[in-house]
Design a binder for this molecule. Structure first.
Ligand code: KPL
Length: 297
């Protein structure tokens, strides 16, 4: 299959290497065009994949059957809107990022659009991408035509298992959102690893109960206790991780807070709910971002 991967960070390189090794015709797409992307991924078993793969070929993009978007949430609408006119009608677009709300920022389109949430963990280690832990990627439709793209789950599963298809992806997206609402801002504010959050039990409980309240009013069958046990499970399996938001704050980059905590607050507000604990965390992370944006980062 002809595939373009938009964004060649840790997750992008992981998919590029996996799809290439599965025999797909892949290219990367990067903001600043360059002749190739050096893909250098080390598997959880220590096996290295090291290869230069092509980038930014408009013909390849126009013929792609899948555009896999691995950008940060705040980069998605600008980058994807710019590429949409170059895609063919049969191209499936898959958004893989933390948080929710990017689909609402894209122009109306007849494309098949999917969104996913993954628990694969990968991070930069020198010049390489370390695939720290294998995980599961849940994907499903977020546009009317998306339902016709379930075959994409098989393609992705063969390259980087496990991949699960959901006719209704939203419960999975919301569960991952709850995890990100807890782990990302708390680790960024307390400057700690995911595992260190075990010392913040009451804040974790309050965040989960606020997210559960919004989910319930949006029609999802959930309970704060089930979100809480999922959150603790992820804290346990990613105990040594520095969350992506903590890394963003440490390197003075834009965080995904608007699409994580900000999304839940916006959804809550629509129903007249105020979420005091999430709102306080949102403001604290924003203050941290504003502190360094003045210096031009
Ligand atoms: O998705 C993550 C992130 O860091 O963005 C978690 C699941 C919290 C793992 O660190």
């Amino acid at each position: 299959m002809k595939i373009t991967v938009l964004g060649c960070g840790a997750l992008g390189q992981l998919w590029l290497s996996a799809l290439y090794q599965q025999g797909h015709d892949v290219q990367g797409w990067v903001r600043i065009p360059q002749p190739f992307v050096a893909v250098n991924v080390i598997s959880p078993e220590g096996v290295a994949f090291n290869r230069n793969l092509p980038t930014n070929d408009p013909q390849h993009l126009a013929e792609s059957e899948l555009l896999l978007v691995t950008l940060k949430a705040w980069q998605v609408s600008g980058a994807v809107s710019a590429l949409m006119p170059m895609l063919n009608d049969n191209c499936t677009l898959l958004l893989l990022h933390n948080g929710m709300g990017t689909i609402d920022e894209l122009p109306a389109s007849r494309l098949s659009i999917l969104q996913g949430a993954t628990t694969h963990a990968a991070r930069h280690e020198g010049n390489a991408i370390l695939h720290v832990a294998a995980g599961i990627t849940h994907i499903g439709p977020v546009s009317a035509r998306g339902a016709a793209s379930s075959h994409i789950a098989d393609v992705l599963h063969d390259a980087l298992p496990d991949v699960a298809w959901h006719n209704n992806i939203y419960p999975s997206l919301w569960n991952k959102l709850a995890v990100n609402c807890v782990i990302n801002p708390l680790t960024a504010v307390h400057n700690c690893t995911n595992g260190d959050l075990l010392g913040f039990g009451s804040e974790i409980e309050q965040i989960c109960s606020e997210v559960a309240e919004v989910m319930a009013i949006e029609g999802y069958q959930t309970h704060a206790d089930s979100l809480l046990s999922y959150v603790y499970q992820v804290i346990d399996t990613t105990a040594a991780n520095h969350s992506s938001m903590l890394q963003d704050i440490r390197t003075q980059r834009h965080t995904e807070i608007d699409y994580i905590t900000g999304y839940v607050i916006r959804r809550g507000r629509k129903h007249g709910l105020t979420l005091p604990v999430n709102s306080r965390l949102f403001d604290t992370v924003k203050r941290k971002e504003n502190g360094y944006e003045r210096f031009g980062s």
